[in-house]
Design a protein around this ligand. Structure first.
Ligand code: SAM
Ligand code: SF4
Ligand code: SF4
Length: 354
């Protein structure tokens, strides 16, 4: 791993709209042990070639460079990040960089029961488990795998390992789990987790997406206030995608309204794929190749200059542009044709990380 700078804070680089480079999502693998219909509707995919996958040392070196330009939050994702062998070793490597204030993980939870303790011990700060339903039959229908029990055991293991601030992320889909919102909140209370409802997005592999399956923030709030009484917004300064709310009994939950109310204006997130392509937006069609220069031995300063220049010219507002299509009645147009997805696996949500 490269030598660390002395200062714990770095000057932050801004993009064309002044949005800072702060949050980096590292997709550590494009593989997954589930096949959620909204993300990986096919059974088989064109996987990133093994020899192109960055080693932990390479990932940590690139992450170091990003932290010299302002990144202080790192989220490990995928694909399913727990499929990447020895992930705790990588977490430990990241903890050595004092500029990283927050190391988080998004997982489907299936393998968490075996790994929670090691990840906590390695220094992982926070865990988000995706949980769309409490019903095993629905889980099987959505993910095409019979692993609901493992997910719930994984959540228990996260709590036992001592993680604070556990979050449960639920993609809210009309006609699938829209009758489970309150049940999920109650389950969240039971395991001391905050539930966040995500509006269904038409991104990457969401080839079955249609606007009439999107349960909007307004509809989510309406359903929850009918069940619990008045729901109040939490007033806080945050660049986090979730807007938080409080129920009358003090329980908080979040809504990520990426589809009906995109938050591109404050977006400080970018994504590095497991093979070292850097995407400036979830919807970006092209990424900046950092693997080739890294493996060619390009100097640290030149790599930093490449990242700085990339961010400075960033104009992406993918979800806002996607929403603007509604005005022209084009919303139903498939974002990326399936043939293109097959040709370039980087376009998939599971390759660039959610
Ligand atoms: N496999 C891990 C998991 O499921 O948590 C991490 C990667 S997954 C791509 C990250 C997040 O993206 C998950 O919470 C998943 O529910 C969400 N996601 C995937 N496809 C989505 C879609 N079409 N709309 C909204 N969220 C989506
Ligand atoms: Fe589901 Fe996550 Fe796997 Fe996508 S990457 S299929 S959301 S578990
Ligand atoms: Fe950020 Fe792109 Fe998502 Fe907008 S669509 S919030 S710019 S990643």
């Amino acid at each position: 791993m490269s030598s660390l700078p002395l200062s714990e804070t770095a000057p932050v680089v801004g993009d064309v709209f002044g949005r800072p480079l702060k949050s980096l999502r590292l997709s550590v693998t494009d593989r997954c042990n589930l096949r959620c219909k909204y993300c990986m509707p096919e059974e088989d995919y064109t996987w990133l070639p093994r020899e192109t996958i960055l080693s932990f040392e390479e990932l940590a070196t690139l992450t170091d460079l990003f932290t010299e330009l302002g990144v202080d939050k790192v989220r490990l994702t995928g694909g399913e990040p727990l499929l990447r062998k020895d992930l705790p070793i990588f977490v430990r490597m990241l903890t050595r960089n004092r500029r990283i204030k927050d190391i988080a993980l998004t997982t489907n939870g299936v393998l968490m029961a075996d790994q929670a303790e090691a990840l906590h011990y390695a220094g992982l700060h926070r865990v988000t488990v995706s949980l769309d339903t409490l019903r095993p039959d629905r889980f099987r229908a959505l993910t095409r795998r019979d692993m609901h029990r493992q997910v719930l055991e994984g959540i228990d293991a996260v709590v036992r390992a001592g993680f604070q601030n556990l979050k449960l992320d639920t993609v809210a889909i009309k006609g699938f789990n829209d009758d489970e919102l309150a049940d999920l909140i109650e389950y969240g209370k039971h395991v001391s987790a905050e539930v966040r409802f995500i509006e269904y997005m038409d991104v990457g592999g969401a080839t079955e997406w249609s606007m009439d399956k999107v349960l909007s923030r307004a509809e989510i709030l309406d359903r929850l206030s009918r069940r619990y009484g008045p729901v109040e917004p939490v007033i806080e300064e945050s660049s986090a995608p979730a807007q938080r709310f409080t129920l009358p009994d003090g329980t908080t939950f979040g809504i990520i309204a990426s589809t009906t109310s995109p938050f591109c204006a404050t977006c400080d997130r970018s994504r590095l794929t497991a093979d070292g392509l850097w995407y400036l937006c979830l919807y970006a069609k092209d990424g900046i190749d950092l693997r080739a220069p890294l493996r060619a031995g390009v100097s640290r300063d030149d790599l930093i200059a490449l990242i700085r220049a990339g961010w400075r010219q960033r104009k992406d507002r993918g979800a806002e542009e996607r929403k603007a299509l509604e005005r022209f009645g084009l919303r139903e147009a498939r974002l990326i044709e399936i043939e293109r997805l097959r040709e370039d696996p980087h376009l998939e949500m599971h390759a660039r990380g959610g």
